[in-house]
Ligand binder design. Structure first.
Ligand code: HEC
Length: 206
């Protein structure tokens, strides 16, 4: 009996000690991420070089001689597209890491009157972070559809979801980069179903 009691006292003491001991947890405010590249650098060096090959992999070119369908010709070509799609899916996570600067010091994001400066872009993101995250997720969803079309080796579907990704780019840009641009996107002007409206827009603007 005596032994039993002392055992239970010991147990109580141990629980007490465990409750008091400091927890070896990372403080909530300290993020494990260390963003280094700017948002602009992610656009130029990660997003662009990975989405372009996918957009350009499938196309229909109509000439006097007839219609020419372009699509990947080998398993290797599909595999290259797969690598691009995986990168695109994950870069959307990089976009939402907090503390990433919009642009490197002294670099501008406005080459056209309707485009905001890095400070203005930052202010708009800070004031509407929920929307910014939503647009990044839309990009990821579109990129996942691209991956599914690539794995199914389905060029028609890849062309269709290419338009969805383009729309995701455009939605974020029209809120955070050129919110005052009232012109319709060039892709709509040209009646294109899919394709890179961003570039058409930039080119038509310059
Ligand atoms: C979650 C928001 C978001 C999404 C999604 C997004 N972008 Fe951007 N992008 C921005 C912002 C903000 C800027 C303006 C700052 C800057 O110039 O980088 C920008 C700028 C750019 C620029 C110009 C970079 C420069 O030279 O200043 C390019 C090119 C670009 N984006 C490509 C794309 C493409 C292609 C996609 C879709 C596949 C895309 N972006 C999706 C937010 C986004």
């Amino acid at each position: 009996m005596k032994r039993k009691i002392s055992a239970s006292i010991l147990a109580t003491l141990l629980v007490g000690v465990a409750a008091c001991s400091p927890k070896a947890e990372v403080p909530k405010s300290e993020s494990p991420f260390k963003p280094s590249a700017s948002l602009q650098e992610l656009m130029v060096s990660v997003i662009d070089p990975n989405v372009d090959p996918i957009w350009n992999a499938v196309s229909t070119i109509s000439t006097k001689e007839g219609t020419e369908e372009k699509q990947p010709q080998s398993d290797d070509e599909w595999k290259v597209l797969r690598n691009h799609a995986i990168t695109l899916i994950e870069v959307s996570n990089l976009l939402v890491i907090e503390g990433r600067p919009v642009a490197a010091t002294g670099v501008n994001t406005s080459t056209h009157a309707v485009e905001l400066s890095p400070q203005e872009v930052q202010k708009t993101i800070d004031g509407n972070r929920g929307d910014f995250i939503k647009h990044a997720h839309a990009l990821q969803e579109g990129a996942k559809l691209m991956l599914a079309a690539i794995d199914a080796k389905n060029p028609e579907e890849l062309a269709r979801v290419g338009g969805i990704v383009d729309h995701a780019c455009e939605q974020c840009h029209s809120q955070f980069w050129y919110p005052n641009d009232k012109r319709p996107t060039a892709s709509l002007d040209l009646g294109l179903q899919s394709g890179n409206s961003l570039y058409l827009k930039i080119r038509s603007a310059s």
